[in-house]
Ligand binder design. Structure first.
Ligand SMILES: Nc1ncnc2c1ncn2[C@@H]1O[C@H](COP(=O)(O)O)[C@@H](OP(=O)(O)O)[C@H]1O
Ligand SMILES: [Mg+2]
Ligand SMILES: [Mg+2]
Ligand SMILES: [Mg+2]
Length: 390
């Protein structure tokens, strides 16, 4: 054991003095931990660079489509959520770039969309449009030498996202457009990309093309074209950073430090169908939050929280809904590395190692470390009250 540690640390035990040998024995675990920490924070740099590039390019594609949004771009999925050319195009771009940028990695992607509907006769016009968009987007980044992708290449890139994830190995997790309903309304949405390693989220990137660079005060805050477009990224052990989507210098961000719920504001889904607004209202009241809820779509909520725009995010889906890992993985690490904490409604950590779904209790709550105990108490009391009133 000691011999293998000595080898790992590249030490030569024969040159160590009799005094330093026993010291070595005790100090090795500490040194090993430091080495491991260093290699953990070093080892995902290539993946992070590829993820940032993929998410930023996918965001360009989405921005283009949002500008030219037509009714015909919207296709209905069987689960009744809309899916657009941009959802498919974004997934194809991210999948293609990750594979090209990281050729030595075995590639596994857990992503929201698949090509089944797109392969139907009636979707052929849509597929043509998506293929054009994907090719234009890749060409804009100088990837023209590999061009053009055929329609079949695009379908294959989309279907790379069929992995089941799980507790072993590395898996990318992608929501090509999170907040599709917000996207269609012209509001907030995010391209959310994360990497799981042995079931843990180790990096995450959130591209939020419509999120103001300055703090967001409400969902309908006037959007000026010049000051929107944020890219949040986090890498385990190294903090969370934000830069503008057009590539400005990064700044490190931190969650709000407030301990006083009266000063805290809270985020929730814009869509009442996605989260029980009455329950979050009750929780906020119990906690003593004074400000009205800030309702915005997508994981832009996690991004905004990571830089302290608000201090709490409450998500309570209606009965029977199962949360998917791509709706939270990137946001989770962006908040965690900024000093925040996300748990289920019972205070359990979120477990991303169980495949495509997050199996969890009732809801998701996110805040800073100091407010969490009081928030958890308010959540438990409110859930009990709600249950007894039914
Ligand atoms: N009935 C429901 N309850 C909770 N979440 C739902 C839902 N129907 C859809 N969603 C999820 O809510 C996500 C959007 O979150 P938010 O409400 O924070 O904007 C959607 O992501 P997509 O837009 O990627 O499909 C979708 O996965
Ligand atoms: Mg969806
Ligand atoms: Mg989503
Ligand atoms: Mg989506």
């Amino acid at each position: 054991m000691v011999a293998s540690i000595v080898r790992t640390l590249q030490l030569n035990p024969t040159t160590l003095s009799p005094i330093s040998r026993p010291l070595l024995f005790f100090s090795i675990p500490l040194q090993l931990r430091a080495v491991r920490r260093a290699s953990v924070s070093m080892s995902y740099n290539r993946q992070l660079a590829a993820a940032k590039k993929a998410a930023a390019l996918a965001a360009c594609l989405c921005q283009k489509v949002q500008k030219a949004l037509l009714q015909s771009d919207v296709q209905s999925k069987y689960d009744k959520t809309p899916v657009t050319v941009a959802d498919y195009g974004s997934q194809a771009v991210v999948s293609y770039i990750l594979e090209k940028e990281l050729p030595s990695m075995s590639f596994s992607l857990v992503a929201e969309e698949d090509s089944e509907d797109l392969r139907k006769e009636e979707a052929q016009g849509m597929l043509k449009r998506i293929t054009e968009l994907v090719n234009e987007t890749l060409a804009s980044d100088g990837m023209a030498d590999m061009m053009p992708l055929s329609e079949e290449d695009v379908l294959v890139a989309i279907d790379s996202g069929k992995s089941e994830g799980g507790p072993h190995g590395q898996h990318w997790v992608l929501d090509p457009i999170d907040g599709t309903k917000g996207f269609l309304r012209g509001d907030q949405y995010a391209i959310a990309l994360a990497l799981l390693d042995e079931g843990k989220v180790v990096l995450g990137v959130l591209a939020c093309p419509n999120l103001p660079l300055a703090a967001v005060a409400s969902h309908n805050q006037l959007i000026s074209k010049d000051d929107v477009g944020c890219l949040f990224y986090a890498h385990v052990g190294t903090g969370t950073y934000m830069q503008s989507l057009d590539g400005s210098k990064s700044t490190k961000v931190h969650v709000s430090a407030t301990e006083n719920p009266e000063e805290a504001s809270f985020f929730e889904s814009f869509e009442a169908a996605h989260s029980m607004h009455d329950l979050s209202g009750l929780i906020a009241k119990k906690l003593g939050v004074k400000a009205p809820p800030v309702r915005i779509d997508s994981q832009a909520k996690y991004g905004a929280l990571s830089r302290g725009d608000g201090a709490i995010y409450l998500r309570f889906p209606h009965k029977g809904y199962r949360e998917k890992i791509w709706d939270h993985a990137a946001g989770y690490i962006v908040v965690a590395e900024a000093g925040g904490v996300a748990t289920d409604a019972a205070g359990n950590p979120l477990d991303f190692s169980r495949g495509r779904y997050l199996d969890m209790d009732t809801g998701i709550i996110v805040t800073n470390q100091k407010l969490m105990p009081a928030l958890l108490k308010a959540v438990q009391e409110s859930l009990k009250e709600k249950a007894s009133s039914l």
